[in-house]
Design a protein around this ligand. Structure first.
Ligand SMILES: [Zn+2]
Length: 427
């Protein structure tokens, strides 16, 4: 999504440049980390059903699911083949796992159900592509979607394993074509939510300048994905992966010329912990430094001043009418993204939002715009309590605040190595 250059220039810090070092990758899968990944405790809490939890076995380097082999890679999910000679068609899921899947996949509004729908819809989009170029790009996005959803399953209050999202046939097909997410969902962090990836795919297919087509296609996909709304909405019974708002921004240059349009989505994951994880990892890795600064230091008077000709339009999906309606920016966005022109404009009487800084669609779209236009980015002023601040001094604060939050939120998982060494998924 962002070039290596932007990431490495964003944080010259050693730990980022060493992010993809051979050393950290080879040391990543110690026997210890794999065996500790599924401690007795996590196994039993993962599935309250005894019959299901008893079916998992942990060997020194591989996790076995009786009945089927998924992948031979460390941290991959291995499902035993139990006598290939007697089973020429290959791999079979244990009947108990099938029952577990069947029981849980029926729950409307569960992450399992929403994840299954989202992945299969994305797979359709991938399979519809005919040109080699789009096929390759969407293959990468598909891999990223799988990883992002498996990650959300892994940190979900009731842990959901990749195998729990699918029927046997779907599982084998996906693992065959996209094995990397199955191997790395519990060691590598995603860089964004599934919906942000879907949005990029739609923009790639329809073209960034065709705003109406992008939104119409998105509306159609969401209609097909939509889950009936339960009357009593809570974290556990209503986990949709849909982003409520999307934002489109562009920049009109002083000497003439307009940039292309950049799209962003609001966070499409449920749960306070999940949101904090995504915002923190985006500040550390995904968003361009000036946007990450505004979000990470918003509570301490951090903001950025953008030219007035940076134009942002946000749209909220109206579920009843199945289309997008214009949406004014919230007070958070007005506070941290100063100077930009928002259409429709902010409503002064608006109550303070109850979502965190960085949650909004404006963040992702502005980050993409600044990342794509270095000359514009250069003009953007960094502010602290309305005074000019020194970004070089703040760079480390942004990085260390984000890292500290990730360490707090992910303690006890295999996403952290040697304290704060974190790897990000690359499709
Ligand atoms: Zn906002």
């Amino acid at each position: 999504m962002y070039s290596d250059h932007s990431v490495s220039s964003m944080y010259s810090d050693h730990s980022v440049s060493s992010m993809y070092s051979d050393h950290s990758v080879s040391s990543m899968y110690s026997d210890h980390s794999v065996s500790s990944m599924y401690s007795d405790h996590s196994m039993s809490s993962m599935y309250s059903d005894h019959a299901v939890s008893s079916m998992y076995e942990v060997s020194c380097r591989k996790v076995h699911f009786h009945g089927l082999v998924l992948a031979g890679e460390p941290c991959g999910l291995e499902l035993r083949t139990g006598g290939m000679a007697n089973n020429p068609q290959g791999q079979r899921l244990d009947p108990r796992r099938k029952r577990f899947f069947k029981r849980n996949i029926k729950v409307e509004g569960s992450l399992q159900k929403s994840g299954n729908r989202f992945i299969l819809k994305f797979l359709e989009i991938y399979e519809e592509q005919i040109t080699d170029e789009l096929k390759t790009v969407i293959h990468g996005y598909m891999s990223e979607v799988l990883h992002s959803i498996f990650f959300l399953g892994n940190i979900h209050r009731e842990k959901i394993m990749p195998t729990d999202f699918f029927e046997e046939k779907e599982l084998l097909k996906l693992n065959n074509k996209f094995s990397k997410p199955f191997n790395e969902f519990c060691t590598h962090l995603p860089t964004r939510t599934p919906f942000s990836i879907l949005l990029d795919a739609v923009v790639k297919i329809k073209g960034s300048q065709n705003e109406t087509q992008v939104m119409e296609y998105l509306s159609t996909l969401l209609k097909e994905l939509s889950v009936p709304k339960p009357t009593n909405m809570t974290y556990s019974n209503y986990y949709t992966l849909e982003a409520t708002v999307i934002c489109i921004c562009h920049y009109e240059r002083t000497g003439g010329g307009i940039t292309k349009k950049f799209y962003g989505a609001s966070l499409s994951c449920k749960g306070q912990r999940e949101r904090q994880v995504i915002i923190s990892l985006s500040c550390r890795h995904t968003w361009t430094l000036k946007v990450a600064y505004a979000v990470a230091l918003a509570g301490e008077g951090g903001a950025i001043q953008l030219p007035q000709t940076v134009k942002c339009k946000a749209f909220k999906r109206n579920r009843e009418k199945d289309h997008y309606c214009e949406e004014p920016p919230c007070t958070n966005c007005i506070n941290i993204f100063k100077g930009a022109t928002f259409e429709p404009c902010h409503i002064e009487a608006d109550e303070d939002p109850n979502w965190p800084y960085g949650n909004c669609a404006e963040t992702e779209s502005l980050s993409k715009l600044l990342n794509a236009d270095p000359a514009l980015c250069e003009q953007v002023q960094v502010l602290k309590n309305n005074m000019t601040a020194d970004l070089d001094l703040e760079r480390n604060t942004v990085w260390s605040n984000a890292t500290r939050k990730l360490v707090d939120l992910l303690t006890g998982t295999d996403y952290l190595r040697n304290g704060n060494d974190i790897l990000f998924f690359v499709p």
